[in-house]
Design a protein. Structure first.
Length: 190
């Protein structure tokens, strides 16, 4: 199914509850559906294909309890409605009090059979050293020349890493407050 990027979509996280390192029950919806503004999912003609061009904030309900994220659903409404697409992850990903409370740009790739997993890189450098191309993404209307992210493609043309600017990350200190970081690196796996 080819999605219309100008339409309003609602993203639902799907996974399993984890208790004592054991998966509990069948996959279920995690938290409420996330409203996606028109244009969030788009093919910007920049070589990335159909992806989320901006970060997508995760619902607080999904971040408190230990969940094993298994995929995403796109719905045409906030409640009820029709499920339009199921996007399973390449491998399940634990989400529990993450340092970064958003899906980074390019985490959603509806044209792929399996969605990439991603992780915040602790290194202060690009986790994809052999990149072949980079694409700048802009999302601040008042600052048309200030990139919000740079996405790096590997030699096979796959999205391998992203460099995010001014992204809020959970502090490593005991208070756990969200602190804007000048730069954060993300590594994608397929």
């Amino acid at each position: 199914m080819r999605l219309d990027g100008n339409k309003i979509w609602h993203l639902q996280l799907v996974g399993r509850w984890i208790e004592h390192d054991q998966q509990q029950g069948p996959p279920q919806q995690i938290g409420p559906r996330i409203f996606l503004q028109p244009g969030t999912l788009a093919d910007g003609g920049n070589g990335l294909g159909f992806t989320n061009q901006t970060g997508v904030a995760l619902p607080a309900d999904a971040l408190v309890n230990p969940w094993l994220l298994e995929g995403y659903e796109l719905w045409d409404g906030p409640v009820g409605g029709a499920q339009c697409i199921w996007m399973p992850l390449v491998q399940p990903q634990l989400i529990h009090r993450p340092v970064m409370e958003l899906l980074p740009p390019c985490a959603l790739q509806p044209d792929r059979d399996r969605q990439p997993t991603f992780e915040l890189s602790r290194a202060e450098r690009n986790p994809c050293p052999g990149w072949s191309e980079r694409v700048h993404l802009y999302q601040n209307p008042g600052k048309p020349f200030e990139a919000s992210a740079v996405v790096y493609l590997n030699g096979q043309g796959q999205i391998a890493a992203a460099e995010l600017f001014q992204v809020p990350l959970r502090s490593a200190q005991h208070d756990g407050a969200m602190v804007p970081q000048r730069r954060a690196w993300i590594r994608f796996s397929f």
